[in-house]
Design a protein around this ligand. Structure first.
Ligand code: HPA
Length: 279
């Protein structure tokens, strides 16, 4: 089945058909769970669980702390399509491959996407343990998932990015955070390819470019979702802080452990947000 000549459109349709045939409920909102944040999927009453390896043309998660399965089920009565673990560019997948699930969600009728991730804070107020909402981004990954062969099936060739992260959804999320007494600053997120963490000089560069936090995901998924006309909200867990003049060493384990420590609050916040998302 996995032939070189299969087009992206054919892959998306095949994967979507496979899931649709097994889908007991129509999901309203798509959720992508980032590093260490996968526990949210364990809160739903699942009606379908599929390993990525079972779904035609889905890549497989190669990163520790990413479960690698699709969970469809309800959380606070809201039917969700949850990606428990995402794909990264640094896993040597193409930009098209890592964003394939977003195209599949769209084909399955999902119009709203909650993206979550772990990131490093590069401003003094963004300490480890803080949650943040992405309001805008810098794509510094050196690639774009919309490049290459174009098919109007996917939307516009030159999609608008004047409001990549939906303002109305951000307002809803901010109000919920305030009610829950959770600090939720808005940030500009710089996406880099990784997998190496940043040097002090790179952090200085990112600060100079206007970034507040840095990570290795989110942006490819947002670009594809926006091309497809989906509305996006992105919730970030700041798992470490990188300030160039006092940089401590950092590891993937630390990032995952901090994300895991943030899980109870993350679940409370994300669960309440999805319950209020329009779809
Ligand atoms: N840099 C890049 N990606 C990250 C970081 C970081 O400090 N923390 C979590 N993901």
């Amino acid at each position: 089945m996995k032939t070189e000549t299969t087009t992206l459109k054919e892959k998306v349709i095949t994967a979507a058909d496979f899931i649709r045939d097994r889908m007991p409920i129509q999901p309203a909102v798509g959720v992508i769970l980032g590093t260490g944040l996968g526990d949210l999927a364990n809160q739903v009453s699942p009606s379908l669980i599929l390993k990525y390896s079972e779904i035609p043309f889905f890549p497989e998660s190669t990163v520790k702390f990413h479960a690698g399965r699709l969970v469809i089920g309800a959380l606070r009565q809201k039917p969700l399509f949850i990606m428990q673990g995402r794909f990264h560019y640094y896993e040597n997948y193409s930009m098209q491959e890592i964003t394939l699930p977003v195209r599949v969600m769209h084909l399955l009728g999902i119009k709203t996407l909650l993206i979550t991730n772990a990131a490093g804070g590069i401003r003094p107020h963004l300490t480890a343990g803080t949650f943040a909402l992405i309001s805008d981004h810098l794509n510094l990954m050196g690639a774009n998932p919309l490049a290459g062969h174009y098919d109007e099936f996917f939307g516009e060739r030159f999609p608008d990015m004047s409001e990549p992260y939906n303002r109305k959804l951000r307002k809803t999320a901010s109000a919920i955070a305030a009610k829950l007494n959770i600090n939720l600053p808005e940030i500009i997120y710089a996406a880099v390819s990784g997998p190496s963490f940043e040097t002090p000089a790179e952090i200085r560069m990112l600060q100079a470019l206007g970034a507040d936090a840095v990570g290795m995901s989110v942006v490819p998924e947002v670009l594809v979702a926006r091309q497809l006309g989906m509305q996006v909200l992105a919730l970030t867990a700041i798992t470490d802080q990188a300030l160039p003049d006092s940089m401590a060493s950092i590891s993937h384990e630390q990032v995952s452990q901090m994300a895991a420590a943030m899980t109870p609050q993350f679940i409370q916040l994300a669960e309440t947000i999805v319950a209020h998302l329009e779809s």
